[in-house]
Design a protein around this ligand. Structure first.
Ligand code: ATP
Length: 294
């Protein structure tokens, strides 16, 4: 991928090549400013995770991009069009997995997907999609009889059956068990391999780290930082923590040069350094620090 600045500056022109290009976005609810001057480009083919505490403005931003909410100021282009006047052909290129989900239905999984597929010119094969989300055994079961995690998979299936170019996933794995989450991650990766661009919101930092090419942290309606997950908050160059056990006591040392430190340590011990561990700040560490500072 070409080296591109991680985020546009206020006043930069919209990026015509981006899947989503946002400049100076503002949304108010009465006196309250929920989105307060947001500039962001999401590249075609990437998985972008929007992170932020409850009420930060993620859903508002995402729904403006989907064409479901109006904005008060700023410019937005999604797949080259302004979502405020997105036509039917434009909408057909989007896949949307909402937070609220599909809920109760008397229809079966297969019936629901067939109905959804019928809205699109070139839908995916319904049974292939059911297999992709791991619901083959439940294809003939009514939506209302599915477990919470299975319903979420159904939501994802409904979002991708139209073969979207751009998929919005709002907290997609809430309620998944750990195994289902891993399966979901591999589904998302296979969609990326098929060329789908994805905008994901999640409160699971491990999910963002596992899936996202880039993450953006939003707090109080403003974008705090955009970076690859390994570099967020200067993580990759932060001091490492080395810990080990010596004379029956757990020892911990923060160091900017862990390799040299461990080499010295190794020279002091005849064999293995007992309980040796080297760690850097996790994505969660830097994220909590970042939003705590706001
Ligand atoms: P969460 O992680 O809880 O889903 P979020 O980052 O998606 O949060 P938004 O749903 O975008 O946050 O809400 C941003 C702010 O705007 C919140 O303070 C919320 O109360 C407020 N807000 C959202 N929708 C409305 C509305 N229709 N009327 C008034 N205020 C609203």
């Amino acid at each position: 991928m070409a080296a591109v600045a991680d985020r546009p500056r206020p006043g930069d022109p919209l990026d015509p090549d981006a899947a989503i290009s946002i400049r100076g976005l503002v949304r108010r609810y009465g006196d309250f400013t929920a989105v307060d001057g947001l500039d962001l480009d999401i590249r075609r083919g990437e998985i972008f995770a929007l992170l932020g505490p409850n009420g930060a403005g993620k859903t508002t931003t995402v729904e403006i991009c989907e064409g479901y909410r109006a904005r008060d100021a700023g410019e937005v282009r999604v797949l080259g069009e302004d979502p405020a006047d997105g036509a039917r052909a434009w909408k057909a290129q989007l896949g949307i997995v909402l937070q609220s989900g599909s809920g109760d239905s008397q229809l079966t999984v297969r019936e629901l997907l067939r109905a959804q597929a019928s809205y699109y010119a070139d839908p995916r094969d319904v049974d292939e999609v059911i297999a992709l989300v791991g619901l083959t055994e439940k294809a003939g079961v009514r939506g209302r009889s599915l477990s919470g995690g299975q319903r979420r998979r159904l939501d994802v299936a409904l979002g991708i059956v139209g073969r979207p170019t751009l998929l919005f996933l709002d907290e997609p794995t809430t309620g998944f068990d750990p195994e289902a989450r891993r399966q979901f991650w591999s589904l998302i990766r296979s969609l990326r391999d098929l060329g789908t661009t994805m905008l994901l919101t999640t409160h699971y930092l491990d999910e963002a780290e596992a899936l996202a090419d880039r993450v953006g942290v939003i707090a109080r309606g403003r974008l705090v930082e955009v970076a690859v997950p390994s570099a967020l908050g200067g993580r990759e160059s932060a001091p490492a923590t080395v810990s080990w056990t010596e004379d029956g006591t757990r020892r911990t040392e923060a160091t900017p040069t862990p390799t040299a430190f461990v080499a010295d340590l190794a020279a002091r011990f005849p064999g293995e350094v007992p309980d040796l561990a080297v760690s850097r700040p996790t994505l969660e560490d830097v994220y909590l620090q970042m939003i705590g500072d706001r």
